[in-house]
Design a protein around this ligand. Structure first.
Ligand SMILES: [Zn+2]
Length: 84
């Protein structure tokens, strides 16, 4: 990940980070331009999902299977085994 100094446009280094919450992190950065040396905070935030996590898909499938009656669950498992 690249961070640019908003003052001079040079590359900046991330010195440390502070997690504000699981989706927001403050990045403490220093500009690498020796004439600038701007020290600043950039904010990194989670925006949105493009493709769902396989971990979430697996949990959703298990939750759905658990919600079914045992006979429905067995029927669905047999259908999956036929496909695989
Ligand atoms: Zn700079």
């Amino acid at each position: 990940m690249r961070v640019k100094c908003e003052t001079c446009g040079h590359k900046a280094l991330i010195n440390s980070r502070n997690e504000i919450d699981p989706k927001v992190v403050d990045l403490y950065c220093t500009c690498t331009n020796p004439d600038c040396r701007h020290y600043f905070v950039a904010k990194l935030t989670y925006s949105h999902t493009i493709s769902a996590s396989q971990l979430q898909a697996r949990e959703a499938a298990l939750d759905y299977l658990r919600s079914l009656a045992p006979s429905e669950r067995q029927h669905l498992i047999k259908q999956v085994q036929i496909v695989i």
